[in-house]
Structures are given as structure tokens and as C-alpha cells.
Design a protein around this ligand. Structure first.
Ligand code: PMP
Length: 464
């Protein structure tokens, strides 16, 4: 073993593992970027460089890194009851209290919400798999075995397990894996800036999307369509805010055809949009809500699927004659995760983080507009709460696309300047979604570094 200790970590990484959503070729040739620590909004790289993490990990470290309250809650929970499964009726206090708290929080903050029960998992992807299986289960119980298709949207990101990757509407995640699976359809991406035609207003764009949705349902037959899944704000696809009136109109269509609405709040949950949930920000009344990431601020892998009363009543009503609900995971309801989630919610409430996101969102947008808004390759700067995007174009007037990869150069230069941003895979977009604990001063510093990075990357972007 001793000789292994002398191998650099980068070489050991190359020899020992392979990474999610990473180029095997690049990693084998260039090696990984290794991080050694993190505190507050900053992460530290091997060698000692610190960077402001404008991504909050993958949109998930909502309360910031290294919070002692969460560490203490996790340690205590491990000491008390390091594991309890929930199969066959077993249960444990932290999880019971968390479920009750989540229902209260969602129903109190989202107008019209009537959520009834929570089911726990481990990741955003499995929360969406659970949602999909519950939709199928629900319609089987209702005696509607043909009503099973799910409509998602192009540009959507719902995770990467087999079912969740099928719901994801980005081709790059599909082709090499023979996805999407049958029964998943994708309607148009509601991103006005890139996809509006001939000067269409947002309202006219929404009208067109609604007609398309109606046509898709008519073509498939409403008796075959079970659910529609949507992120309140599309994240990984490019930070797309819904156009004017969009969710209201979508809900009317779904209601008319007895189609359930699944809100994937894996990113938008827990303060990101400047409210506790994106459903509040956009007036969404979901039947199922998928939560993960900010639930524990990524201190523990945990997800939750919340179901509405109308679904619960069918499940409960049929339960006497059904066998057990044959779905769940070893770690469903993990008491350590639940205790950490409770401490995380305590901290978010004590520091009123949704309000912090609401207050600082406009500060972040204004900083980006004043520092990079006039750049000839910057087409659009947008955001809601602490979820922002800079979209690059080859030509601001025509909004012509830049070659893929141009925006990745900015992210690389940003790292050199000491700021982590994300270059998204679907469109040339930099996303920023810092911890909700970030300060105005840190936003100023991060955006100044980002502006310097864009300046440095410009000649290479133009040469592509
Ligand atoms: N849904 C959304 C909206 C997401 O952004 C993500 C992750 N970025 C997921 C689902 C999948 O979550 P996970 O990676 O934890 O499976």
C-alpha cells in the first residue's frame, strides 16, 4: 500500500474513479480539480487558492459551508440513532417531525396548496422517479391503466436516473443511453429570449406554448396523459424564467384534462427564488413536489416527494385492498438526514434566508448588468432571487448563437480569477446561484472577478 501514498491525488483520481457528467478523455489527460475545504461562501483548492462559490455547489449549499449548527445536529443524530429504515412501518422522531414541518411550511407559504403526505428519498433524481411511480400507481388505483404518459419540456433537467433522465429534456443526456424511455414526451422550452419568434411578446409566446401543449395532449389523447412535470424556474437548462402567465395557463389546461402537475422544486425549493418555494413565486398549485438540495443544504443526501390531498385520498382509499406500497429505499427517511434538515430549516428561518435571496437577487442582477451588460457577446442577463444567468450570443441584434464551448472559456478564466460559476450544457449560459447567506460585499467581489474573467476570455471566445 505504501507506494500508493506517494502517488499524487490527481493521478490516483485518474487511476481509481470516474466522474459524473465529465469527459473521461479530459480527465485522463488533464486530471481533476481537487478541493480540500470550504467555509461560508468560499471553497479551497488543493494548493490553497480560495474561490467564491457562485454555484453553491450544484445549487444546493443554501446556508453556506461549514455551519457548526448542522455539523452538531448531524453528530448528535448519529450518536442517538445512526440509522433507522422505514420499511414495514418502522419510524423515527426526526423524520416524523421533518415531514410535519415540510407540510406546514409548504401549505402555509404556497397559496391554495393542500399537500397531505411526504415520502423521503436520497436525491433529486429519485424524488422524480418516486413522483413518476406515484403517478402510475395513482392511475392504476383509479382504474385508468392507459393514463400514464408524462409531458416534460425541452431544456428541462430532472436528474439522471433512467426515468429522471428521460424526463430531462436535454439531448446531450439522452443520445448515448437510448433515452428517453417510452411514455415521456417533451413540449417546447418556455425560454422567451432564445425561442420567441419574430418579435413575439411574452404573452404571445405563452399563447403559442399553450396551443402546442393542447395539441400534444389532443394528439396523444388526454386519456393517455397522466402528468406534466416542470421546474418553476428551469435551472440546468439555462435559468429560464416562465414567461408571463405561463403557469396559470398550463394549470388551466391540465385541470381540464385531469392531468397532474409535478413541480420539480429541487433547485427552487428552500429560498432560492426569494420565497420558500418557487410554487409561491409563480402561483403554482402542484399535485406532487420534488425537493432535495436545499432541504439539507447538501450536508446530507436527502430528498422529499410531497403529495397533495387528492392523490393521498386515492392512495389511502384503496389501501385496504392493496398490498403494501412496494416502493422505497434503504435510506428513505434517514433520521440523520432528517435531523440535519431540521437544523438547516432552523438556520434558514433564523437568518430569514428567503428574504435575503429576495433582497440580494436584484443586487446580483444590477452588479452583472453594470459590469458585463455592455459586453458585445452578452445577450441577456436575467434571474429571480439568487438564481441568475448571463446568456452569451454571437450577435446581440440577431441573438445568433455562439459556438458551444465559448462560455466554458469564461468559467475557466473565472476560476483563475477566484470565482466558481457554472457553464451550463444546453445553451451558452453562465449560471450563478450562490449560498443564500452571501453578502452584498461578496456579490460585488465575485461579479468584479467574473467581469475580469470575461474580459480575459473574450479574444479566445471570438476566435472559436
Ligand atoms: N431536478 C432538478 C431541477 C435539478 O436541478 C436536479 C439536479 N441538478 C435534479 C432534479 C437531480 O438531482 P440529483 O442530482 O440530486 O439526483
Amino acid at each position: 500500500m505504501d507506494d500508493r501514498a506517494n502517488i499524487s491525488l490527481a493521478d490516483l483520481d485518474r487511476e481509481a474513479l470516474f466522474h459524473p457528467v465529465s469527459s473521461i478523455h479530459d480527465l485522463q489527460t488533464k486530471g481533476p480539480v481537487i478541493y480540500t475545504g470550504a467555509q461560508g461562501v468560499e471553497v479551497t483548492r488543493e494548493g490553497g487558492q480560495t474561490l467564491i462559490d457562485m454555484g453553491a455547489g450544484l445549487w444546493c449549499v443554501n446556508v453556506g459551508y461549514g455551519r457548526p449548527e448542522l455539523v452538531a445536529a448531524g453528530a448528535q443524530a448519529m450518536q442517538d440513532l445512526s440509522f433507522q429504515h422505514f420499511f414495514g412501518g418502522a419510524s423515527a422522531e426526526p423524520t416524523i417531525r421533518l415531514a410535519d414541518r415540510l407540510l406546514g411550511l409548504f401549505n402555509e407559504t404556497v397559496p391554495g396548496a393542500d399537500m397531505a403526505r411526504v415520502f423521503f428519498g436520497c436525491s433529486g433524481s429519485d424524488a422524480n422517479d418516486t413522483a413518476l411511480k406515484l403517478v402510475i400507481y395513482y392511475n392504476n388505483l383509479r382504474g385508468l391503466p392507459a393514463k400514464k404518459k408524462v409531458i416534460s419540456r425541452k431544456g428541462a433537467y430532472h436528474g439522471l436516473t433512467y426515468a429522471a433522465a428521460s424526463l430531462t429534456g436535454i439531448e446531450g443526456y439522452h443520445t448515448a443511453f437510448d433515452l428517453p424511455m417510452p411514455g415521456v414526451l417533451h413540449t417546447s422550452c418556455p425560454h422567451h429570449y432564445a425561442f420567441a419568434q419574430d418579435g413575439e411578446t411574452e404573452a404571445a409566446f405563452t399563447d403559442r406554448l399553450i396551443v402546442e401543449l393542447e395539441e400534444m395532449i389532443a394528439r396523444e389523447g388526454a386519456d393517455t396523459v397522466a402528468a406534466f412535470i416542470a421546474e418553476p424556474v428551469m435551472g440546468t437548462g439555462g435559468v429560464f424564467l416562465p414567461p408571463a402567465g405561463y403557469f396559470d395557463r398550463v394549470q388551466q389546461v391540465l385541470d381540464r384534462h385531469d392531468i397532474l402537475l409535478i413541480a420539480d422544486e429541487v433547485i427552487t425549493g428552500f429560498g432560492r427564488t426569494g420565497a420558500w418555494f418557487g410554487s409561491e413565486t409563480y402561483g403554482i398549485r402542484p399535485d406532487i413536489v420534488s425537493l432535495a438540495k436545499g432541504l439539507t443544504s447538501a450536508y446530507f443526501p436527502m430528498s422529499a416527494s410531497i403529495v397533495s390531498r387528492r392523490i393521498w385520498e386515492v392512495l389511502e382509499g384503496a389501501s385496504a385492498k392493496m398490498g403494501a406500497l412496494m416502493h422505497g429505499f434503504t435510506y428513505s427517511g434517514h433520521p440523520v438526514g432528517a435531523a440535519i434538515a431540521m437544523a438547516n430549516l432552523d438556520l434558514m428561518e433564523a437568518e430569514d434566508m428567503p428574504a435575503n435571496a429576495a433582497r440580494l437577487g436584484p443586487v446580483l442582477l444590477e452588479a452583472l448588468r453594470s459590469k458585463v451588460g455592455d459586453h458585445p457577446l452578452v445577450g441577456d442577463i436575467r434571474g429571480v432571487g439568487l438564481m441568475a444567468a448571463v446568456e452569451f450570443v454571437a450577435d446581440r441584434a440577431t441573438r445568433a448563437r455562439l459556438p458551444v464551448g465559448a462560455h466554458k472559456l469564461v468559467a475557466a478564466h473565472a476560476m483563475n480569477q477566484g470565482v466558481l460559476t457554472r457553464a451550463l450544457p444546453f445553451l451558452p449560459v453562465t449560471s450563478m446561484s450562490p449560498p443564500l447567506s452571501i453578502t452584498e460585499g461578496q456579490i460585488d467581489e465575485a461579479t468584479t472577478r467574473y467581469a475580469r474573467a470575461l474580459e480575459a476570455a473574450t479574444p479566445e471566445m471570438l476566435a472559436l
